[in-house]
Design a binder for this molecule. Structure first.
Ligand code: ATP
Ligand code: MG
Length: 654
């Protein structure tokens, strides 16, 4: 597609109607919106019946003490039984649950019957270590099947897990172990990243030498890389020694719907991570429903692949709980997308005939930067639905994804949600919605979301403000672990009776929702609110720009001045006129007020380990401040490189 036709496409605000065949056989049709609107709680009670309850709930929602919700509170269920055993009992034991693809190329096909045996043994193992319902277990593992097994084993015995992303340092691990007061840590000797073993156990040893971690009695270690590992006698135990000798049977015990399922810390884009608490029945209901609705999952025929890490909420909700509750067959990949070559993901899609792919804008933009010729070498014709999550997806990246990965056939669902919401909240439905590049569009059936102004009034179509959720939802966070007050202050005090998501948004003329980035990131320039997302999208729509991060820096004349950091596409050169060309390009798209004052080409942008751009650090740089909390940053040398380029490198002052 030429750049000109692309620009026209974006201008037309073109919509893509659902493919006829998908629409005709869609799991969820337009009627669901009406039904949910007429009786929201009845709708969720109906979705709860997707699960197997030991005791069926009679009460859907107890909202007598807002914002502390209780969903399905008199119901009892076992989450692991719902994700594993019931499929085996239904005769699906031979269905593959997980096609595991290790980075070095080793593979395992794990059926639901295998998974049941593994989870039972792991549950027995944890019980032998003295783990009881309510005890917290920290899980610090690479992307290997044992991560899912460990989570399900915890769920089976009612021990809330707290996953810590395997790329985090010992500092981040220690604070999470301390905050949750974990009793056991499950880890591995290491995992494979970028073609070589990358150790994990040393970070656990280091974390457990800190005060406040004394309650950790045991460390269970999966052998993945076979590298030599330091050992603490009486505390450390090999997974294979402990788990393999356990019985393959374990009777799942039912827990109350509100029994804690897990704690997960947010990615830390805006500051100190918060320990988000999720519980069982409501969470599993909404993750199962949304996975069925948003991806149109047909468990008999689909091969689903979510590229997130289990350490993020996307991995919890859309690798482990939602897909397994639905009896899906999925791919799990251990490594990086460019090992051993930049086509690895597409090779995996081709190999397993993946039909549904769920990934993040940061990955899509990286693939754009690497070039269209790479995915073009593989047969991606099995794909039928593509999803995006994590950040606003620029229209440019959306179109690239649909064209180069989806062969212009597949719907792209841009799913907005948060660690706090537990499951997808705003998203097109692939068989219903005519999709618009760059917009998450509409709240799902049963979800009440809107955009309000400073005074909490709903904004009219065509206007912007703050995204809020106006009714409780089943998979909502129940609190911040150990800090009810921070829960109230962060989410429920900005607007009365409404959940404040912290994200800016606008409604277009059709009433569709566009996410505009975090409220903390919105810029104020000469009296105008300007969204970082919109300026970034304008920059990325220039053929020479692969990625952009925009911040507002304090400015004596205009309150804030727009500063842009851009990564150029593979072949583009940083020539003389480029900065002016880019400034004019933005002005042409968004008007002169949005013209960046400074544009700095850089090689990398600071990102969280889940791939989100950390604008607050760029703001610190643009305002010559010392950097804030960098513990969730992927690579701190990135900041040094950017800082080094800064003096005198800015251009185009006027
Ligand atoms: P912290 O809250 O600690 O700053 P975080 O918000 O990055 O971290 P997550 O819960 O992983 O942690 O991310 C949720 C946020 O990601 C949303 O609030 C939103 O800003 C962004 N986001 C997720 N999906 C989308 C999407 N489809 N469109 C736009 N933004 C999205
Ligand atoms: Mg957040």
């Amino acid at each position: 597609m030429s750049n000109e036709s692309l620009a026209n496409l974006l201008k037309e605000e073109r919509r893509f109607a659902p493919p006829a065949e998908l629409a005709a056989n869609a799991n969820v049709t337009a009627e669901a919106y009406e039904r949910a609107k007429a009786d929201r709680l009845g709708f969720w009670a109906e979705q709860a019946r997707r699960l197997s309850w030991e005791t069926e709930p009679t009460e859907t929602l107890d909202w007598s003490n807002p914002p502390f919700a209780k969903w399905f509170k008199d119901g009892r269920l076992n989450v692991a039984y719902n994700c594993v055993d019931r499929h085996v009992e239904a005769g699906l034991g031979e269905r593959v649950a997980i096609h595991f693809e290790g980075e070095p190329g080793d593979t395992r096909a794990i059926t639901y019957a295998d998974l049941q045996r593994d989870v039972c043994k792991a549950a027995n193992a944890l019980t032998e270590l003295g783990v009881r319902a309510g005890d917290r277990v920290a899980i610090y593992l690479p992307m290997i099947p044992e991560a899912a097994v460990a989570m399900l084993a915890c769920a089976r015995i009612g021990a809330p897990h707290s996953l810590v992303f395997g790329g985090f340092s010992s500092d981040a691990l220690a604070t999470r172990i301390q905050d949750a007061d974990a009793r056991v840590v499950i880890t591995a000797d290491g995992g494979y990243r970028r073609g070589k073993p990358s150790a994990l156990k040393p970070a656990v040893d280091e974390a457990l030498s800190r005060p406040g971690t004394e309650n950790v009695r045991n460390v269970v270690v999966v052998r993945r890389t076979g590298e030599e590992t330091a050992w603490t006698e009486d505390r450390d135990v090999w997974w294979h020694d402990l788990v393999e000798r356990q019985s393959e049977s374990h009777t799942p015990q039912a827990f109350e719907a509100e029994h804690p399922l897990f704690i997960l810390y947010t990615s830390g884009t805006t500051g100190k991570p918060k320990g988000i608490l999720h519980t069982s029945g409501g969470y599993l209901t909404q993750t199962a429903y949304t996975h069925h609705a948003v991806f149109d999952l047909k468990p008999e025929t689909d091969v689903y692949w979510c590229t997130a890490d289990v350490g993020w909420v996307t991995g919890h909700s859309y690798i482990v709980y939602g897909p397994l509750a639905n009896g899906a067959t999925q791919v799990m990949y251990e490594g990086t997308p460019d090992t051993p070559h930049k086509g690895r993901w597409w090779e995996i899609v081709q190999k397993y005939k993946v039909t549904i792919l769920y990934t993040a804008p940061t990955a899509i933009r990286t693939c754009m930067k690497w070039g269209d010729d790479i995915p073009a070498k593989f047969d991606l014709s099995s794909l039928r639905v593509l999803g995006s999550v994590g950040e606003p997806i620029n229209p440019e990246a959306w179109i690239w994804y649909r064209h180069n990965i989806g062969g212009d056939r597949t719907p792209v669902v841009d799913t907005w949600w948060q660690t706090e919401t537990g499951a997808i909240m705003v998203s097109p439905l692939p068989g219903v919605t005519s999709t618009k590049p760059g917009s998450a569009q509409v709240p799902l059936p049963g979800i009440a979301a809107t955009v309000v102004d400073d005074e909490a009034n709903e904004v009219p179509d065509g206007a912007g403000g703050y995204l809020v959720l106006t009714e409780p939802w089943p998979s909502m966070l129940r609190t911040i672990w150990g800090d009810d007050q921070r829960y109230l202050d962060t989410y429920w005090s900005r607007f009365k009776d409404r959940y404040f998501a912290g994200d800016g948004a606008k409604k277009d003329d059709d009433g569709d929702i566009w996410l505009l980035g975090r409220v903390d990131d919105v810029m104020l320039v000469s009296g105008h609110n300007i969204s970082t997302t919109e300026v970034e999208s304008a920059l990325v729509s220039h053929p020479k720009v692969a990625e952009a991060a925009v911040v507002g820096a304090t400015d004596p004349q205009t309150t804030q001045a727009i500063c842009a950091f851009v990564i150029l596409r593979g072949t583009a050169a940083e020539d003389e006129g480029l900065v002016d060309e880019l400034r004019n390009h933005v002005a042409k798209h968004l008007g002169p007020i949005a013209k960046p004052k400074r544009i700095l080409p850089v090689d990398e942008l600071p990102k969280t380990r889940s791939g989100k751009i950390m604008r607050r650090l760029l703001r610190d740089i643009a305002e010559n401040r010392t950097l804030g909390d960098v513990t969730t940053l992927t690579d701190s040398t990135v900041m040094d490189l950017i800082q080094a380029k800064l003096p005198g490198a800015s251009a185009g002052e006027d």
